[in-house]
Design a protein around this ligand. Structure first.
Ligand code: AMP
Length: 281
């Protein structure tokens, strides 16, 4: 397994691989790898000749108030996990390599970045699309893997790839959960014992909504109210948003007729967590 720091070296190696008509699968991550990331890596390993995992805690997707500094960076452990999963290359650039002093270019996918998480994290998705587009250009991947856990991110990246004619196939893989249903996330490490127990309410609320829809309830406002009641039984929980939206354009759905995305962001203590499910009525 190679560790590459410089974009120029990464591009050169990708070029050599492509000349041999081999395929490259890219798994973009911010590190602190867990089973959710590993599921993407395993899928990439199955589909491609070469697997590149990028590890980059991207500063442009954090607002000044967010946890950029304290975001976990257990590089040695990440390297060990990647090696075990048969990753060929870890691309681990520095901030200066990705954003040199005179950096000026940003990519914005309009509208889709203004709802759900975008409403509460202005500039976040612009940071994500910019870094992901850079990674696509540096790595020249045939396939790139993203988790359903970050549904809005996946939808926005898919749209960017279509709109900008970027020659990469986007593959979305299911959310990996802890035994009790909590979606795996590097940020779960911030939760104390009590918060960790209460955090399961996010998934419980999504499951409740799913059950109600399957039982024939089509009224989003009513479903959201019931989710709210359930979540607020937990002392440490503070709701940022609960929404039932279209799976393509993320527009709010008030009467549920076809497949929808139920998405939420809830702070448990000081830790902001997100989760989602899709439901077909
Ligand atoms: P991150 O390191 O948090 O930026 O995540 C890197 C990739 O892993 C993104 O595509 C995420 O959607 C995906 N991911 C994170 N957590 C999970 C999870 N629990 N299940 C599946 N994919 C995940």
């Amino acid at each position: 397994m190679k560790i590459i720091h410089k974009p120029r070296i990464m591009s050169g190696l990708s070029c050599k691989i492509k000349m041999q008509h081999k395929t490259i699968g890219l798994v973009p991550t911010m590190g602190a790898l867990h089973e959710g990331h590993l599921s993407l890596i395993r899928r990439a390993r199955k589909d491609n000749d070469y697997v590149v995992v990028s590890i980059f805690v991207n500063p442009t997707q954090f607002s000044p108030k967010e946890d950029l500094k304290k975001y976990p960076r257990p590089l040695k452990q990440d390297m060990r996990l990647c090696k075990k999963e048969g990753v060929d290359i870890i691309f681990y650039p520095s901030v200066e390599m990705m954003y040199p002093k005179d950096y000026k270019t940003y990519i914005k996918v309009s509208k889709l970045d203004e709802v759900l998480c975008g409403k509460f994290r202005p500039g976040h998705f612009q940071g994500v699309t910019t870094v992901v587009a850079k990674l696509f250009n540096i790595v020249s991947a045939d396939n790139a893997y993203f988790g359903q856990k970050d549904a809005q991110q996946a939808i926005i990246i898919q749209k960017m790839v279509i709109d900008l004619n970027i020659p990469v196939r986007i593959k979305i893989t299911p959310t990996v959960r802890e035994k009790d249903g909590l979606a795996m996330s590097s940020r779960n490490a911030y939760l104390n014992q009590k918060e960790r127990k209460e955090a399961v309410v996010l998934y419980q609320a999504l499951k409740l909504a799913g059950r109600l829809i399957k039982q024939g309830n089509k009224n989003s406002a009513d479903i959201i109210k019931r989710m709210q009641y359930l979540i607020l039984t937990k002392k440490s929980a503070k709701i940022q948003y609960l929404a039932i939206v279209d799976t393509q354009d993320l527009r709010l759905v008030s009467r549920i007729k076809e497949k929808i995305l139920i998405a939420l962001a809830v702070s448990i203590g000081k830790t902001r967590l997100i989760d989602n499910i899709t439901v077909v009525p």
